[in-house]
Ligand binder design. Sequence first.
Ligand SMILES: [Mg+2]
Length: 374
Amino acid sequence: MKITQVETIYLRQSQVKTQCDSGQDILIVRISTDAGITGIGEVDSSPMAAKGAIEGPFSHTTTAGLRELILGEDPLETECLWHKMYRQNIYSGRRGIAIHAMSGIDMALWDIKGKALGQPIWKLLGGGFHKSGIRAYASSLFGATPSETNARARRFRDQGFTAVKFGWDPMGRDETTDIALVREARQGVGGNADLMIDAGLVWDAKTALQRARAFADYRIFWLEEPLAPDNYEGYRRLCESTDTRIAAGEEESERCSFLELMDKGKIDIVQIDLARCGGFTEAMKIASLAQDRGLPVVNHGFTSYINVAAALHFLNAIPNSFITEFVSEESTTLRDVITRQRIAASEGVVPIPMEPGLGIDLNEEALEKYAVRL
Ligand SMILES: [Mg+2]
């Protein structure tokens, strides 16, 4: 089998709000083969920059467009192709956008592999740890006020979720607001649910420690990204000073960045986004490094059902997974229309995809409607 075409499709909602919701526009990678099998993947990044990394020309042996590197190659050779793309972008792509772009390509290649072999990706990765489904946490931005956050939390509880996460603005405005947001979130989800708080990179280490202590009254399960991602020393001081679990990783791409967070930052929970970290091929290595350090892994995903499905395959293939992020942000409409499948949680549990490949098909009419013409 040979790769015959690599396309990028950029989709965008008519209204994109100034908020931390990365599902408002989406870059899809579609790879075709001479066997008639097509695979899809997703990139969660700056879409046009990632598109350029894929479609750009060959510049020299250490900077080359990714499409050109894989055309004509065997899509089943996922490890070889990952290394070819990495090595030939060593100037321009060891972290960030080129790795993001490679994530979408790698995801599509695994989709092709699954379809070619008639197996779900999790099985090809050797998995089966959560065959009956995996517990999901509803993931949402905070309401504009503490009381709006309370109302959202109640809705998620009524939907059957037993774990809920709130994140980003207005967390970080001031101590009173920060504590009120967490208090109302806890009140809304009830006493038994697990509550996660995503601070959204807002504090220094000492402020984060003060908040972790204050939030302890509301029994949070983890505190996510309280510090800037490169503040490894701050993460280390924080993690060594609190018994609240500290989670991070969604800003990272490629395993060396995760090693910094784990070994220097001493984080407690490793968050991996399949559409950003380097795809399945790299995510499995990061999960293994985390497992060696006794750390649980969770996915990060705030985009389409392509990435949700990818995360489910991945989490089902590693021993150190226990819960999945399930985006429940209500203002995003794109994810509900661009794929034929809509993955849903029932009583707070999401089923594992059983179809060959990712188990996700694009909705061509929606692509037509939302594609940005360039
Ligand atoms: Mg986050």
